[in-house]
Structure formats: C-alpha cells, structure tokens
Design a protein around this ligand. Structure first.
Ligand SMILES: [Zn+2]
Length: 113
C-alpha cells in the first residue's frame, strides 16, 4: 500500500500517511501544528511493509540513513528486535505507547510530565 510523505508548510515537520483517496489526502493534518497546508514529497513514496518483515530484516549493526530516522515506523523497532531476541514479552501497553509515540508524540510527553 502506498505511504506518502508530506511536509507541513507551516512548521516544516514531515509526516507519513497511507492515502487511499483524494478525499483522505484533503483531510490530512499536520500532527505537530494541525496545519493543513501540506506538500507531498513525491520522491519519498514508500510501500507498506508488515512490521514482522521490518523486524526480520532489521540489522542493528547497519548504518541507517536519514530516511530511516525520519520514518516513524522505525521508532521502537530496535527495542522490539532486542526483546524478541531475549524472548521478552513487552506487553500490550508497550504497543499502545509505541503507537502513540509514532502518531502523536506530544500526547506521550504530556502524560509523562
Ligand atoms: Zn505543521
């Protein structure tokens, strides 16, 4: 599935979104400032890879480029990879937190204050 990257013209933050229709694209908002003036970054189109595959292909020793760190789906990937290696169950609250960090980081920061 196509995941597009956008840049907010208001705060310059980049975001990624799975966009299935023009209407969905029109409704997109910047998670940082709520801005709706988004520029599509055409060169950085990526395709949905299931997390199990991302984990299986994750190499902790690999040098990661800027695009790796810009991809919010990679947040927590190392922790999950390590937990899997050690046979540790991180539990469902870890998944929930991770989802929130990936989609709405400011809400997690607010909770920890
Ligand atoms: Zn913004």
């Amino acid at each position: 599935m196509p995941i597009y990257e956008y840049q907010c013209r208001n705060c310059n933050r980049t975001l990624q979104a799975l966009v299935m229709s023009n209407k969905e694209e029109k409704d997109l908002k910047c998670p940082n400032c709520g801005g709706t003036d988004l520029k599509k970054l055409i060169s950085l189109v990526s395709y949905h890879v299931p997390e199990a595959d991302r984990l299986a292909n994750y190499d902790p020793k690999a040098q990661h480029g800027e695009s790796f760190f810009r991809d919010s789906r990679n947040i927590g990937l190392h922790a999950k990879w390590r937990a899997k290696q050690l046979g540790v169950d991180l539990g469902s609250t870890f998944e929930e937190k991770l989802d929130r960090i990936r989609t709405d980081p400011s809400s997690v920061i607010k909770d920890s204050e």
